[in-house]
Design a protein around this ligand. Structure first.
Ligand code: ADP
Ligand code: MG
Length: 256
């Protein structure tokens, strides 16, 4: 459904500086409904990859297709959640979600109703009229997730959406994403947290340090819910860290 063929990205930096190759020869296909995580150390091109698929950047070489069509620009078929929730501070939680719906022609009462439905889905029905500054970091990420889900995109692109959250909030959101997305949505989830990737994904792609290349592709076959199988999760974590080499612990902080 989503396919990348020999994708490369080189940033042409300012005059006098060498071009910087962020991604090299990236090819993979994601099936509809598959939850795929991409893990790699800082600087391995994870955000660049998300930006390419989102259509915010163009590849230097290669092609990216969604449902057979080349990706040329951002579109409603892809929804992105970034590291920090980019909510409009002057709009309430519900208005932030409803604003995104305007482009779909969903406005007025039906927009407000749909926004409330998705706020309920992420457990924030009581915060519809709160402004972002009145919400915790975890709640803001829930609103950002609801905003994207309300648009019902074919593919969800999540770029380290939980990385600034404390452990409790993080686990809550991991479980929420599993409940909402698993088997229903095609998700590309970027993280540098190996355990998070194992708990969430059907499949894990490993990126090498820069220039990022795919150096591993694993199907995770642990039964769900994965938190009931922490022994198997730990075994997978050891296996992946083994693949990532002796310095893996430096590049891949491990959450406990
Ligand atoms: N717009 C840009 N211009 C120049 N270099 C960039 C740009 N965006 C990212 N890079 C560089 O590309 C590399 C990969 O960055 P990034 O995709 O953000 O990695 P990650 O998300 O894995 O930490 C880094 O070396 C970064 O400095
Ligand atoms: Mg990044």
């Amino acid at each position: 459904m989503l396919s990348l063929r020999n994708v490369e990205k080189t940033f042409q930096n300012r005059q006098g500086q060498k071009p910087l190759q962020a991604l090299k020869n990236i090819s993979f296909t994601v099936a509809s409904g598959e939850f795929t995580s991409i893990i790699g150390p800082s600087g391995s091109g994870k955000t660049t990859l998300i930006n390419l698929i989102a259509g915010f950047l163009h590849p230097s070489q290669g092609s990216i297709r969604l449902g057979g069509h080349p990706i040329r620009e951002p579109g409603a078929d892809r929804g992105v959640v970034f590291q920090e929730a980019a909510l409009f501070p002057w709009l309430t939680a519900r208005e932030n979600i409803a604003f995104g719906l305007l482009n779909m022609g969903c406005k007025g009462k039906s927009g407000r109703k749909r926004a409330l439905h998705y706020l309920g889905l992420v457990g924030l029905q009581d915060y519809a009229n709160s402004y972002p500054h009145e919400l915790s970091g975890g709640m803001k990420q829930r609103v950002a997730l609801a905003r994207v889900l309300a648009l019902n995109p074919q593919v969800l692109l999540l770029d380290e959406p939980f990385c600034s959250l404390d452990n409790q909030n993080r686990c809550g959101l991991q479980d929420l994403v599993t409940a909402i997305c698993w088997a229903k949505k095609t998700v590309l989830f970027v993280t540098h947290d190996v355990k998070e990737a194992i708990i969430l994904s059907d499949r894990i792609l490993l990126l090498s340090p820069r220039p990022g290349q795919i150096v591993g592709d694993f199907q995770v076959n642990i039964p769900r819910p994965r938190r009931n199988h922490m022994g198997a999760v730990q075994a997978w974590e050891n296996k992946l860290l083994g693949h990532l080499g002796p310095n893996a612990h430096q590049g891949f902080p491990i959450s406990i």
